[in-house]
Ligand binder design. Structure first.
Ligand SMILES: CC(C)(COP(=O)(O)OP(=O)(O)OC[C@H]1O[C@@H](n2cnc3c(N)ncnc32)[C@H](O)[C@@H]1OP(=O)(O)O)[C@@H](O)C(=O)NCCC(=O)NCCS
Length: 189
């Protein structure tokens, strides 16, 4: 398996939507909203920050050149002296679950994001029932965080009552997690 990541291109969008609509993925994820189509996704990718200053990026994950996953990123501006934030959401094709692909892809992506902005704070959330995603979140070094109650309520309504958990990650915790993930070197036996 040769896992690589690249900024999402227009040619990837249909495969991303196919993945997002896969019933096995949808069980753990929000259904794309009605207005969310490949065309609107393309527009969002090419767009400028919205009125709240939030900008969007997506990263595609490939195995030997075939798209097997993606990571969506919404960047907040970090106004009034606050640190910039990046809200991440990810999906992987079922054929690739349980092989450490998402942790590998996120390790590469977060290295790039923290290089770009060492003060960035990365957020991730998952349904309470999503043990696999929570495990990925733990492996990457995230710590539990509290969602603003209004955001939490919005999620609760959108998910028809399924509870959601939020986590945060800064550069230091990411680095420590990467050290823990590194295989012991040969001299250590
Ligand atoms: C969540 C997801 C991205 C995980 O990616 P992945 O590359 O498969 O992650 P990993 O290979 O590291 O596996 C995750 C962990 O889940 C564990 N796991 C598998 N089934 C599990 C279960 N039923 N209960 C608890 N843990 C489970 C695996 O054992 C692994 O942990 P380990 O390495 O400590 O053994 C992928 O499963 C996926 O896309 N799922 C569907 C969509 C989704 O959930 N998106 C995220 C929404 S927040």
């Amino acid at each position: 398996m040769a896992i690589t990541i690249k900024p999402t291109e227009i040619a990837d969008i249909d495969a991303i939507f196919a993945l997002r609509n896969d019933p096995d993925v949808l069980r753990h994820q929000y259904q794309p909203r009605k207005g969310e189509t490949p065309a609107s996704f393309e527009k969002k990718l090419a767009g400028q920050p919205n009125v709240l200053g939030i900008s969007f990026r997506c990263t595609s994950i490939f195995d030997d050149g075939v798209l097997v996953g993606h990571v969506m990123q919404h960047f907040g501006p970090g106004a009034e002296g606050r640190r910039r934030s990046c809200d991440c959401g990810w999906n992987l094709a079922k054929s690739h679950w349980g092989q450490g692909v998402m942790p590998r892809a996120l390790t590469q992506l977060f290295a790039q994001l923290f290089d770009e902005d060492p003060k960035l704070v990365v957020f991730a959330s998952c349904f309470e029932s999503n043990h696999r995603s929570r495990r990925v979140i733990e492996k990457l070094g995230f710590q539990p965080d509290r969602m603003h109650w209004m955001v939490w309520l919005t999620h609760l309504v959108r998910s028809h009552g399924r509870r959601i958990e939020q986590y945060r990650l800064d550069r230091l915790r990411y680095r420590r997690a990467v050290e823990r993930m590194a295989p012991p070197n040969e001299s250590q036996g």
